[in-house]
Design a protein. Sequence first.
Length: 184
Amino acid sequence: MGSELDPFLQALDGNEHLPAAVMQLHCGQGQYSGRCDITRGRGLLVALALRAGRFPSEGQDLPVSLTIGRHGRQWLWDRDFAGHQTRSHLSFDPIHGGVKEQFGALTVWIQPVPTATGLAIEIRRLSLFGIPCPRFLLPLSASTESEDSQSRFCFDISAHMPVIGLLIRYRGWLTKDNAKRGVA
């Protein structure tokens, strides 16, 4: 598939049937807004890892916005969690066949997997400051993207580290700014 496609769509076979809200978010540039809850894990190692990735603080029912743009072959995702900016650079990695996402000093290789309700997101590789994470320490993810009954894009993103436990979980919904529906 061509590099003009969103990295998630490049990583998929292209024949998957995705819910309309999931497909819309991954079909191009745009601005989205909604609400989310953020839960962070505890401990010094967790705090250091989240700081290196520039992840937001904990909170409930926070305003969130996402701006998706492009710069060459890279896609830029600018997230604003109640004033905290988290930016990532995404690209399709043909060597590993998945999505490479960089958050500051943290780089994660993820694989979207079609499900009956949307996408599951699996973590395949990770590096911090360019140092690969050993497989036995690789975070586990129960992340999903779906559509709710109000046709909103829903996300539930989480990462758990073996032995350490929860790193972060953020979940909520987004609607395209020019087509807001179901404001709660």
